[in-house]
Ligand binder design. Structure first.
Ligand SMILES: NC(=O)c1ccc[n+]([C@@H]2O[C@H](COP(=O)([O-])OP(=O)(O)OC[C@H]3O[C@@H](n4cnc5c(N)ncnc54)[C@H](OP(=O)(O)O)[C@@H]3O)[C@@H](O)[C@H]2O)c1
Length: 223
């Protein structure tokens, strides 16, 4: 199915930020041991690659690099590889990994330190604000470096922080007909007292192949 990606903002001075998660019917993104590689079916994976092909940068948290050693490139659809950005405040990911492949895509580390792996092209040094980096600051630093469309690919903690900071324009959740029953939960935000405080974004729904369903949520709507 052809899905239209309206990945632009009315305001050219602001980047467009889309978050994604692939989750099971019971709202899990990985098993308890961190196995997430087969959570999406063929249609969901192809959608993820289409997202990558439509952005200038793809951002993941340190735990995803440690668990999955992801390539973060475009393989299943035509398109150029986006810049690969890893948020690793404490230097946990080490000097190796498939995200550092020398395929011409920019490799950028976001850190509190003064150094990055040798094969990294750039690093962005940020101060922690409370428990971590301010996602709006991350977006603004990437925009300054020419990245106008940014994908927050996960994991759950990274995406949840961007959601909480209202730093997402859109959220794509692909639900796979799979019940894991335990493991890492999807979005996790501070508690709210009543459903009146819940985010209720305007949402389009696309039925993908293999029983997978894409929820395309407009995060600038619905409070
Ligand atoms: N199903 C999917 O769509 C999908 C997508 C991606 C990943 N995954 C799975 O998700 C799991 C990992 O997810 P996760 O939630 O545990 O972790 P994660 O989001 O991959 O990484 C979290 C870590 O990244 C750093 N980080 C992220 N945002 C930060 C911020 N604003 N400020 C400071 N540090 C920040 C922190 O590193 P430090 O702890 O070093 O401070 C944090 O602990 C893996 O099992 C992976 O396979 C699933």
């Amino acid at each position: 199915m052809e899905i239209f990606f309206p990945f632009t903002n009315a305001d050219p001075q602001r980047p467009f930020v889309v978050g994604q998660l692939g989750q099971s019917l019971d709202g899990r993104i990985a098993t308890i041991s961190g196995d997430a590689l087969d959570i999406g079916g063929a249609a969901g994976l192809s959608h993820l690659h289409s997202l990558r092909a439509n952005v200038n940068a793809v951002v993941v948290g340190a735990a995803t690099v440690i668990a999955d050693d992801p390539r973060l490139n475009v393989r299943l659809v035509p398109g150029a590889n986006p810049a690969r950005v890893v948020i690793d405040p404490q230097g946990r990911i080490g000097d190796e990994g498939r995200w550092l492949a020398g395929d011409g895509a920019r490799r950028i580390l976001i850190t509190t330190r003064n150094k990055a792996p040798a094969s990294c092209d750039e690093f962005i040094k940020l101060e922690r604000r409370g428990s971590g980096f301010d996602p709006c600051e991350i977006v603004s630093e990437l925009f300054k470096r020419g990245m106008k469309r940014i994908l927050i690919e996960g994991g759950a903690m990274t995406l949840s922080r961007f959601l909480e900071a209202r730093a997402l324009d859109r959220l794509h959740v692909v639900v796979t007909p799979l019940i894991i029953g335990s493991g890492k939960s999807s979005i996790d935000l501070p508690p709210i007292a009543s459903l009146a405080e819940a985010m209720r974004p305007e949402t389009r729904v696309f039925i993908l192949g293999g029983g997978e369903v894409l929820f395309d949520c407009d995060m600038r709507s619905g409070g």
